[in-house]
Design a protein around this ligand. Structure first.
Ligand SMILES: Cc1cc2nc3c(=O)[nH]c(=O)nc-3n(C[C@H](O)[C@H](O)[C@H](O)COP(=O)(O)O)c2cc1C
Length: 182
């Protein structure tokens, strides 16, 4: 079992990263191969909406922009499960999460290119002190993940108040995830 963690906060050691790492730690304890990716360290540009709205993504399921989008997409395809963690910014996903998932959605949305079907995902939204908008953020993340074909294993909100028990829970989720059949 191969589990990929994608964390989309600029803070490589912040709460968002800790949530993804908690799942990976649990999975690794059960023998899974794990990898964490800091999305903000990658060069992934926004969608150009080329050719008047639908371009090569519609025709061929690939993107015209030559950057680090496709290598990360390939990593998702080669993993059995992906943990996608975003901080909550204004009740929504982080900018880097949106930019990456916008392009993934375009490339994966068409029937014959929807090759993530059956892959497992955990979505995590990490908020600050107020926790305002964390459910809305998670709802948006769920829509992205389901639309590209993932089977959702869990969707989790984490706030400053809930982080201690949620981090424990996420580690347990990782252990369970690793025992699932690839
Ligand atoms: C631009 C910005 C917008 C934010 N908006 C919200 C928000 O709407 N609701 C909330 O509870 N926290 C909000 N926060 C706080 C972050 O969600 C919180 O600090 C989060 O845990 C950051 O994770 P990190 O430690 O991985 O960076 C915001 C933070 C930033 C920088």
């Amino acid at each position: 079992m191969k589990v990929l963690g994608i964390q989309s906060s600029p803070n490589a050691d912040g709460l968002t990263a800790r949530t993804a790492k908690a799942v990976l730690r649990g999975a690794s304890e059960e023998g899974a191969t794990v990898e964490i990716v800091n999305l903000n360290e990658l060069d992934i540009k926004p969608c150009l909406a080329c050719e008047g709205g639908w371009g090569k993504c519609r025709r061929e399921g690939t993107c015209v922009i030559d950057d680090e989008f496709q290598p990360l997409r390939d990593k998702i395809h080669s993993a059995d499960a992906t943990v996608f963690a975003t901080p909550v910014y204004w009740g929504d996903l982080s900018e880097t999460a949106k930019i990456f998932l916008d392009r993934l959605r375009r490339c994966e949305v068409k029937g014959e290119f929807k090759t993530l079907n059956g892959r497992i995902a955990i979505g995590i939204a990490s908020a600050g002190g107020t926790g305002n908008g964390c459910v809305k953020c998670l709802l948006h993340l769920e829509d992205y993940l389901r639309r590209v074909g993932f089977t959702i294993f869990d969707l989790v909100t984490v706030t400053q108040a809930s982080k201690e028990h949620k981090l424990e829970m996420l580690e347990k989720a990782g252990r369970r995830l690793a025992k699932m059949r690839p």
